[in-house]
Structures are given as C-alpha cells and as structure tokens.
Write a protein that binds this ligand. Structure first.
Ligand code: ATP
Ligand code: MG
Length: 402
C-alpha cells in the first residue's frame, strides 16, 4: 500500500527548510516521531531525518551550501543542521553490532529496513521520502490507526537489547494506545522488571518525565504498578502514590511532571537522589513535599503570614497535593480550592518593613540586641497579619526599648 503524505508535508511551517535539505540530500527521509505524528495528524515535535550518507559526507555537503552544521553526535552518526534557527537532526542509517541492555555499538548501513528494524515500535519505524511516499516496513500505519503500540520484532529480545524500551512502551501507549495494551509486550515487560535496575537514573527520569507530561497517564501508571515496573523504578512510591496521583489528575491539577512526581511520592530527598533530578527540580520537589499545607478556610491574615514566608507559586503548587490528599473533588470543594489559589496569587507578598539599619538609626547600639528586638517587632507584625507599615513598626520598636 502506498500512502502519500505530500499535503501534510506541504502544510508544515518547516516546509521550506525541508525542501532545502532535500535539495542537498535527496536520499534523506523524515524518520521516527515526525512521520508518526504527520500520519496521525498531530502536531510534530522535532523533524528528524536519516540518510544513507556517512556523517562526514553529510556534514561536508551541508557546509558546501552554507548551512550551519553542529556535529552533535558524530560518534553515533548525527549532525544537526540549523536553518532559520531551528535544528534538524540528520542521522546516518545504522544497524546494531552489539547491545548490552543499555548501550549499542552501531555500524553505518545503506539499508533503510535495517535502520527501521532497530527502532523500538512499529509506529516509530516509518520513514517518509522527498516524494511524499511513506515507507512502512513493519505495519506501523495500521498499528497507529488501530491504537496498537507494538515492538518491532520480538518484544523480549528488543527489551533485552535496551531496557529503556519498557518505559518508552508505557509512554507511547499512553499517547497513542487505545484499548488493551499489546499482549506480547506486556508479557515481555513483566518478565524484564529486574533488568530495569541497570538503567541510568538520567535515562529513567527523562522518560518518566515525558510520561508524566501527558494529559492522562493514569491508566498506564496503573499498568506499570500491576506489572511491578513502578515499584522497581520508584520503590518510594508505594500504593498510596498511585492513589494520590489519581486524585491529582481527577481533580484537574496542572500537567506538571514535578508536581505529579511529588504526588507519586516518597521522601523528596530520596526520590530526587534516585532519579538524579536537576537542582531546580529537586528544589521544587522538596518545596512541594514540606512546609505549611494551605487550607481554603484560612483568613486573609493567615494567608499573608504564609506569603511572608513563601512565594505564592510554591504555596499554590502545594494546594494541589493537599486537595488531592483530602479527596476534595466535589464541585463545591473544587471551587473553594480554586478560590484559595486565586487569593494567593492576587495578594501582594508582605515584606517586613524594618532592617538592622533602621534599628541602629533609631538609636539602638549595634550588637546582638538589634537582631533580638527586630525579631520581636517582626513577631508582632506577623501577629497582626503582616499589615503594619514602617512607621508603626518603628513606633513598636521605640516602645520596646522603653
Ligand atoms: P517524541 O515526539 O516524544 O519526541 P519520538 O518518536 O521522536 O517521540 P524520541 O525519543 O525523540 O521519540 O526518539 C526518536 C526516534 O528514535 C523514535 O521514534 C524511535 O524510532 C527511535 N528511538 C529512540 N529511542 C529508542 C530506543 N531506546 N530504542 C529504539 N529506538 C529508539
Ligand atoms: Mg523526538
């Protein structure tokens, strides 16, 4: 069956850049996710290409035509062409010589089917040539139409080659799967759970994050739990983690991978270390997991006190977890929590108006007493809902000294 995707190609904003690349590398094809998403009529992320030319040859030809080329991954055959400030990865066709469950040693090839055979799923193994013709060696188009995420070849062998494919399976199942997941894949995954411990934390988090970025990952997370995958990747999570993220998604919480990870749970420091989160992500996870838990019943004074200690965003983020823990999914409950978040964002952050310099200017001898006195005034300021201005605080300070 010949499928023509010319109109889809012509509709891409990057059409011009693709035509330019194709005029230089006529044999090149779009591969992987771009082809899948063009076919599924979904927005395409990166437009990756493959070519039978070896990487130095690809690089030379692009250079010759004045295109900026970055040798992003020469060792595994990838150069990146930059056109109109957008990157296009162009990778030489590969076949695997050796795999060990985590890395592969590859050789170049000029055989498109060989390159497709080392890709993970049939829906990710199609390619699309300059003429707009789809090359589909393993039935990816039919699988995509039917919502079937299926390994290219035998699932257990493909997982033994690279255990990360287990996680990728769940990610693509959540995104493109309809109905029951592929039986062969499920069996192979259940048998491969022990292999997961060998994966690097970075690769695991990078896939898990992309799964948690999907609008509704719940069904797949439930499957991961039942198959023992979630406990193997995140032993901190336990059953209540799944219940919590289920509640969070059910109540319409933001599609935010770190917030969802916080819901999946476990002690923040251990989760951050296990997944080797970036400092920024680890910081957010810690903030989400600890600190005051805001409540819709709090009055304005109490909210100002919270805001004096933490930014509105950190508090608002945490409200989602508290709401999920309380199971406040009813309409009335949800409205109260929405109102709380709106109040937090609308309120200016109170800042205690005095500093050590003010105290000294007011005649206090410099020394440890300054700090003590200021803290006392600040406690009074907080007590009053962080409303007192500078003049009132100075007056309070003066009164304390008497
Ligand atoms: P997305 O739109 O989420 O980026 P994608 O299909 O582009 O989806 P990538 O992770 O960017 O996914 O990978 C690009 C392509 O490389 C895949 O479509 C697949 O063909 C291949 N691929 C990536 N990782 C693997 C892997 N671990 N094993 C086999 N093939 C892989
Ligand atoms: Mg991609």
């Amino acid at each position: 069956m010949i499928i023509e995707l010319k109109p889809a190609l012509a509709g891409l904003p990057e059409h011009g850049a693709l035509q330019l690349l194709w005029s230089i590398l006529p044999d090149a094809r779009l591969v992987g996710g771009a082809v899948r998403d063009l076919l599924a009529d979904r927005p395409t992320a990166d437009l990756d290409m493959a070519t039978a030319l070896p990487p130095d040859e690809t690089q030379a030809r692009l250079h010759e035509r004045g295109i900026k080329v970055v040798p992003t991954g020469l060792a595994h055959g990838t150069v990146t062409a930059v056109i109109d400030r957008r990157p296009y990865e162009i990778t030489t066709l590969r076949r695997d010589l050796e795999t060990d469950g985590r890395h592969a040693i590859v050789a170049w090839t000029d055989d498109w089917q060989e390159d497709a055979a080392r890709r993970d799923f049939t829906i990710n193994a199609m390619s699309l040539g300059r003429d707009g013709v789809l090359h589909d060696y393993f039935g990816g188009a039919a699988d995509l139409a039917a919502g079937r995420v299926r390994f290219v070849g035998e699932a257990d062998r493909r997982i033994a080659e690279d255990a990360l494919r287990v996680l990728r399976f769940f990610r693509f199942q959540a995104r493109y799967g309809r109905g029951a997941p592929d039986d062969q894949a499920v069996q192979a995954i259940a048998a491969a759970v022990l292999q997961l411990s060998r994966l690097s934390a970075e690769r695991v988090w990078s896939e898990l994050r992309r799964l948690l970025e999907l609008p509704d990952p719940l069904e797949v997370l439930g499957l991961m739990q039942r198959l023992g995958v979630l406990p193997a990747l995140l032993p901190e999570s336990r059953d209540q983690g799944l219940a919590r993220i289920t509640a969070l998604v059910a109540l319409g919480g933001p599609v935010d991978p770190v917030l969802r990870l916080a819901a999946l749970g476990g002690p923040a420091d251990r989760v951050a270390a296990r997944l080797r989160l970036s400092n920024q992500e680890a910081g957010r996870l810690a903030t989400l997991a600890s600190g005051v838990r805001p409540d819709p019943m709090l009055d304005a004074d109490a909210l100002r006190r919270l805001l004096a200690d933490e930014p509105a965003q950190a508090l608002a983020d945490r409200t989602w977890l508290v709401q999920a823990d309380r199971g406040d999914t009813g309409e009335g409950d949800a409205a109260a929590w929405t109102m709380l978040r709106e109040r937090l964002h609308a309120m200016p952050r109170p800042v205690f108006p005095l500093s050590g310099r003010d105290a000294v200017a007011a005649g206090l001898p410099p020394g440890p007493a300054v700090g003590l006195m200021l803290r006392e005034v600040e406690a009074w300021w907080r007590e009053g809902g962080c409303l007192a201005g500078r003049a009132d605080c100075l007056e309070r300070l003066a009164r304390l000294r008497r």
